[in-house]
Design a protein around this ligand. Sequence first.
Ligand SMILES: [Zn+2]
Length: 82
Amino acid sequence: MCAGEREVSQMSKLSTLKKIAQQATRYRGHRMQWGQVYGRANGPQSQNGQCRDCKAYVFVQERPAPNDIDISGLAVAVNCKD
Ligand SMILES: [Zn+2]
């Protein structure tokens, strides 16, 4: 029961990060195509996406390393086809 609830909250966290990343990349003119989700079902998960047009990457992770951030990649840093 507890494990199930935990799983749901982590899934929704990944989808929240993805939604933020989606908005940020769309603002920059990218058309993101999302790849597979990495990580165990009951552990922190991550997912990457790539722009269909300029091939810029974005990477979202629920539990980034201390020296990393939860949303990273060129697609949130530069405009499409810059
Ligand atoms: Zn692009």
